[in-house]
Design a protein around this ligand. Sequence first.
Ligand code: GTP
Ligand code: MG
Length: 469
Amino acid sequence: MGKIRVYELAKKLGVSSKKLIEVLEDLNVEIRNHMSTLDDETAELIYEMLSEEKKVRNKDDIKKTKEYKTQEEIRVENKIKDKNKKGDKRIIIPDKISIKDLGEKINIEPSKIIKELFEEGIIATINQQISKKDASRIAKKYGFEVVLQDDKEIDNTIDTIDINDIEDQEQEENFVNRPPIVTVMGHVDHGKTSLLDAIRKANVTASEAGGITQHIGAYQVTINGKKIVFLDTPGHEAFTEMRARGAKVTDVAVLVVAADDGVMPQTIEAINHAKAANIPIIVAINKIDKPNANPDRVKQQLSEYGLIPEDWGGDTVCVPVSAINKKGINTLLEMILLVAEMCELKANPKTNAVGTIIEAKLDKGRGPVATVIVQKGTLYIGDAIVAGTAYGRVRAMIDDKGKRLKEAGPSVPVEVLGLSDVPNAGDLLYTVKDEKLARQIAEKRKEKQKESELKQANQKVTLDKLFQK
Ligand code: GTP
Ligand code: MG
């Protein structure tokens, strides 16, 4: 086989680089990332092992859903953790759980669980998600009382509902690859907007040339037949706000750092956001055309914040670019696609639409206009929708090129017309049975909102009283 890079071997095996890296890590093979080379012997061995495993593995094991917890889940889990501390051996198990997380819950080494499963004929790796059935069986073996996640509990907390909870019973066959959603972040004036412009210009097709690009806060570009969605957030305020509301939209962060200015306060803030959201970071070292550009200093500074560049032995992809001279743009796009491929982004287009509001405003002529990124399912004209305390029916959808759409599938950014109100950035938008139900949900939320506002006001009053002499 000869020397081979991790991602090349993954391709050969028909698995994702991410999966392969997990397996390599389980086997204690030392690698840095998907670009690392493997020696002959290791590659050969892994190839044999995985092609053998592929034959045995059943469909269910291949399916992976992204782990993402709702606030309610975290609350319930913490409660149970507390109980466990007091000697109560009750645990809660969601529909899917990774072996690592199960191990943590029941305090058993993941390798032990892997062995248990293996003996039952199930081959799984440490980060692999197993079904609640398998997880419960193992937990019970170790004397735990298992509480399955109660769906009703989630229903009651419709405000903290997570898109991944909505259609867990979905069939694997319906899942298709979806384009990555990329947020460009960085310090003021480091060239975020210029970089996005350069990316979009490099991408204007003949049919679009001359057309006016709408500003809808999100753009879709096509590179070698593959799509990437870019979120153009003014500074990263929107990102901060969305994250504070528990929304998870971004798959990859592109961190723009000006080579003549280096790491600045907002650069650090952006790094912290991306780390907290647990998304991969690709660094674009911009303005390399400037005479006082010093990319090495930028790399040095990044290292201080835990982002060690690949050519320095770390695993952070750093691409030198010039948004003005359009240098390095293609390499950056290739890297984004490579990193995105590792994230195994999939979604089911054949279900009710769920998306997130990126931005929203009141337009004089058109009423409330919301930019939405669809994350699951397909949104159609006429669908009854709820977003935060707003509801309505999809009257029209317009994409980033100003084109009217009849439908929008996963990762497609669109402007949606037809809401009763202006929702907030980060609000989840989803379709429901009919407009009546949409209105009911929105009204219930409004009531709740008022209640909590009132409560807060009351609390203030009591505090004031407390401090009165
Ligand atoms: P904010 O949105 O205000 O945070 O700024 P930004 O990060 O979007 O920066 P913007 O793209 O507006 O660029 C700021 C300035 O840097 C502009 O004057 C750009 O022309 C300049 N600039 C951006 N990229 C480059 C580059 O690659 N080389 C040079 N020489 N100048 C650049
Ligand atoms: Mg800008």
